[in-house]
Design a protein around this ligand. Structure first.
Ligand SMILES: *Cc1c(COP(=O)(O)O)cnc(C)c1O
Length: 338
């Protein structure tokens, strides 16, 4: 059985090239499941794109990134002495650490006196960072290469970022996350002496959504009549066909909130029953014979049972069906770049 992300390599790369040209200074973010493509593939693409730096989410992601990408790697999670004191690669000259507190900076300096660092400012995101009135002193102590700011989704960030910029004179490089191109242009107009470097994952790797798709195999097809039962829970079926496809919870099927596809009612059911339990109430992400059939029951670990109603022509065993799902929560069996 297989659940495969197929990438039209030439088309995907053309989208990446256009994106990088349109976003000078972009620092590609490569983290988690590698946005569905896998982190190694994205590191190889970043190398091909010729960017001088990538950003990873965590120290756990650092060794493979350093192996797969030959230039600088920014770690976006802050260095915490209590958590990361013993991780490998702290002293690697290509690693840029994020610090938010003097204690952590001291501990990092204890391991590697010349460690390269940026200081993260605490924005309205309220996740990590040093408060705006402490960033300047910390950055000066650290000899920081830059300041990083992570903003909430949406717009309206220009004033907040400007407050940091005025509070920390002397810092040239500002790594910003979730700041729109228009906001960056406004900021660049106001602060012509600064380098504003957007850290971007989603918009970059998914620049051309038509350049890739997930496809699953049809594993079995069986006619059923109303009142037949199937699955772990023995729910009763309508008449039509039961279609077994590859792709289950281990691939991330139905693990995302159905908010994008569903009505207020199905959203409410998902909240009440849990996303997975509610899966059979919503349309599955599989497109079979031109329709998006319902799940017969919540997906299994590696396959899913779908119900195709009467009147819809059934697929054949071995057919490929497309799957529409958010790649940040997708773990395909394989990624095939053609
Ligand atoms: C994940 C992350 C990004 C990239 O986010 P996208 O929405 O994928 O572009 C940027 N900055 C930080 C701090 C992040 O954690």
């Amino acid at each position: 059985m297989s659940f495969v992300l197929h990438v039209d390599g030439a088309r995907w790369r053309a989208g990446l090239d256009r994106f990088v040209t349109a976003h000078p200074g972009v620092v590609p973010v490569i983290k988690g499941n590698g946005y569905g493509f896998g982190r190694d593939l994205l590191c190889a693409e970043a190398s091909r794109l010729g960017v001088p730096m990538i950003a990873v989410g965590t120290y756990a992601e650092l060794p493979t990134a350093l192996a797969a990408f030959g230039h600088d790697v920014l770690v976006m999670e802050p260095f915490r002495a209590a958590v990361h004191g013993g991780v490998p690669d702290l002293a690697n000259r290509r690693v840029v650490h994020t610090v938010t507190a003097a204690d952590d900076l001291g501990a990092l300096r204890g391991v590697e006196p010349d460690a390269r660092v940026v200081v993260e400012g605490l924005t309205s995101m309220n996740r990590f960072g040093a408060p705006v009135d402490e960033v300047g002193a910390l950055a000066a102590d650290a000899g920081a290469e830059g300041v990083t700011l992570h903003l909430p989704l949406g717009t309206g960030h220009v004033e907040e970022i400007s407050r940091f910029i005025s509070a920390v004179p002397g810092i040239r490089r500002w790594f910003v996350s979730h700041v729109s191109a228009a906001e960056l242009a406004t900021l660049a107009g106001r602060h012509t002496d600064l380098e504003l470097l957007p850290r971007i994952g989603t918009a970059l790797w998914y620049a051309d959504p038509a350049s890739y798709e997930v496809r699953a195999h049809v594993l079995d097809v069986r006619p059923v009549v109303k009142g037949d039962h199937a699955g772990y829970r023995q729910r009763s079926l309508p008449s039509g066909h039961l279609v077994v496809v590859s792709g289950g919870t281990s691939h991330g099927v139905a693990m995302e909130s159905p908010s994008s596809a569903a009505t207020a009612r199905t959203r409410a059911i998902a909240v009440a029953e849990g996303v997975l339990e509610a899966a059979h109430r919503v349309r599955s992400p599989f497109t079979v014979s031109g329709t998006m059939p319902r799940f017969a029951e919540p997906p299994h670990m590696q396959c899913s049972l779908l119900v195709l109603p009467d009147g819809v022509a059934p697929p054949r065993v071995g057919d490929e069906v497309t799957v529409r799902m958010r790649l940040t929560t997708t773990t395909p069996d394989a990624v095939v770049v053609s």
